[in-house]
Design a protein around this ligand. Structure first.
Ligand code: CP3
Length: 355
């Protein structure tokens, strides 16, 4: 039973809504001139940790496109940073962290620091919720129709950056540690699993109406490791959220997981399965129980290209999912070179249901 007029929240709770609500991964980002303007004012972590800035950046795409979902402006690496790991976003390189390679490295992380360190993030969520549900939320008079989303990285993907110390295509050091020193890797994963559940509960208490777990690198793992480092910790987090804050939907994004995504959807308890660009949405919907909502999965490069091919494909995805709880989204984040007009065209195409 749903008691909300927010289309996205209704779908996340398992109801089919037509046309489908939409938001885009990385909808607040470098493709927006107003984002780039704020970018020069402060480094990335400062922007995440300053409620004035993070609130404003989160709302930029809502103001422009009246998206159905507003995703908190933050990052999956804020959690290791809040536990005390060094983190820097280096221009042109991406995140750089002091790598965790030993028990001593792990012992230097302190999950008890997280509530204080992330207090500004929670303040941002509280402000966003008040604005979005307020009388004229964003000067676009959508009147409380936008759902506020919190998020975290899933433990495996966060561990990838924590162990490697930087981005990578293969994350060899991380996958190597999982095999060579499983006790150390399991201790890291256990610590991340608990800290992630606690942080998501705090996000919900601060105002998030649903939360998403990004497992961007889950597809690197063979099935047995996928079960151990993706499905098991995700199930633990989802169970804890459902026990502590019943009814709040969790969206899971096991990127590049292929057929393992079906096992993930059945066994983790997520209400919503977010699918990457390579997934066959129609096949997935046949393989999964009807009460699991699907999210996705237009190719971000088709959004970059724009035009008629883009609107046709977006409507094809939308139409194929008709009758099923579906959240329209991309299969991965908006790429920085995307012309903002293309996003406007996409939003109109998804919402235009013809005569
Ligand atoms: O979607 C949104 O708009 C909400 C905010 C958000 C960011 N990162 C902002 C960000 C979210 C949900 C994320 C998730 C995230 N962060 C993931 C999972 C999703 C995915 O893309 O697979 C991962 C792996 C990260 C780690 C991360 N953060 C990397 C690898 C980088 C550098 C590469 C890049 O895309 O710039 C970041 C930085 C980052 N996170 C930026 C933004 C807007 C760019 C910072 C800047 O230079 O302004």
């Amino acid at each position: 039973m749903t008691d909300t007029t927010k289309p996205l929240l209704r779908v996340l709770q398992g109801e089919a809504v037509w046309p489908p609500p939409l938001w885009l991964m990385r909808q607040a980002g470098r493709y927006l001139p107003e984002f780039r303007a704020l970018r020069d004012q402060a480094d990335f972590i400062t922007r995440c940790m300053t409620p004035d800035l993070a609130t404003e950046i989160t709302l930029q795409p809502i103001r422009r496109y009246a998206m159905d979902g507003a995703i908190l402006f933050s990052d999956i690496l804020i959690l290791p940073w809040a536990m005390g790991q060094s983190l820097e976003f280096v221009h042109g390189t991406g995140p750089v962290l002091g790598p965790i390679r030993s028990q001593a490295d792990l012992d230097r992380l302190d999950p008890k620091r997280v509530p204080d360190a992330t207090a500004p993030v929670m303040e941002t969520l509280t402000r966003l919720r008040a604005i979005l549900d307020g009388p004229d939320p964003i000067g676009a008079a959508q009147g409380g129709r936008t759902t506020l989303l919190g998020f975290a990285g899933a433990p495996f993907t966060v561990a990838c950056y924590m162990v490697e110390g930087h981005g990578s295509r293969e994350f060899d050091a991380t996958r190597g540690m999982a095999y060579a020193d499983p006790l150390l890797f399991d201790r890291l994963m256990a610590r991340l699993t608990q800290a992630t559940a606690d942080m998501l509960v705090a996000q919900i208490d601060a105002g998030a109406e649903a939360v998403m777990l990004f497992d961007s690198w889950s597809g690197l793992l063979p099935p047995s490791q996928f079960r151990r480092h993706v499905i098991a910790p995700t199930r633990a987090i989802v169970q804890e959220i459902h026990a502590r804050r019943p009814g709040v939907p969790v969206i899971g994004f096991p990127r590049l997981a292929g057929v393992m995504a079906t096992e993930y959807a059945r066994e983790t308890g997520v209400r919503v399965l977010a699918l990457d660009t390579g997934a066959d949405m129609t096949a997935m919907q046949r393989l999964l129980p009807g009460d699991i909502a699907l999210q996705g999965n237009l190719d971000p490069l088709l959004l970059l290209a724009g035009g008629e091919a883009m609107t046709r494909e977006a409507q094809a995805i939308r139409d194929a999912m008709k009758g099923r709880p579906h959240v329209f989204n991309l299969g991965h984040g908006v790429v920085p070179a995307t012309p903002p007009e293309h996003v406007g065209e996409l939003v109109r195409a998804v919402r235009d249901i013809g005569p």
